[in-house]
Design a protein. Sequence first.
Length: 276
Amino acid sequence: MNRQAALRHAKQKLIEANCENAKQEARWMLEQLLNEDGLPINCEHIPQTTLQKLESMLERRQNGEPLQYILGNTAFHCLELLIGPGVLIPRPETEILVEEALQLYPGRGLVCDLCTGSGAIALAMAKNLPHTTFIAGDISASALRWARLNQKKNQIDNVTFLQSNLFQALPSTYFSLLTANPPYISKQEYQDLPKEVLEYEPKLALLSGDEGLDLLQRIICEAPAHLEPEAWILLEIGSTQGAAIYEILRRSAWRDIRIRKDYSGHDRIAIARNPL
């Protein structure tokens, strides 16, 4: 089969699976397979073995599996991350948190990243701040396996990954900056998630109590004991949680509170300075 026929076939299969970006996904799949098979990306005659692998990819996508799991990787900020079952897929909106955190880092001190998952936030920041030490924790051993693979892939040596329920197993020290992308999906929202999220991405990384606020509240409550006096905290939040999180931070005496919206105009990042 020639290249154009293979792409048309793949695109049609993806359209039938209701993939919104069928043309682009078909191209990404074929190009990755050609690269893996040592063939040029513009190869005109597609070998049968490559076509068989493409069919397998298409079948997985038709079953609802996320594209990133099928490809085994995703781009995030300045990194290419390895991604697969057992770890949350990093979203483009989370890059906003990285950019804000890099601007707020005071130029000295340790940085903590909670609920690190694939390591996306910690590794992206660490690549930009190679002389800064990062401690990144997650409760999930499966997620941490991916984080360490991503650390090795991107050759970043200034992050230490630890299995920890928030601060419980982290070293007794003070941080000058804290970031976190914790679970923040409510029970109702969880039930309404798209199939490719609900059936494939880890529930542990998504669901956080009835209102989606349980982990966020814990971090806000526990963080001051682990922060330097002028330290900043940056939390990714749900698209409708800005007012609730602002009020929780205010009642807990956090300072300089603001809610940063994402590129779609939705609440996305809560930012505050450590209470005095």
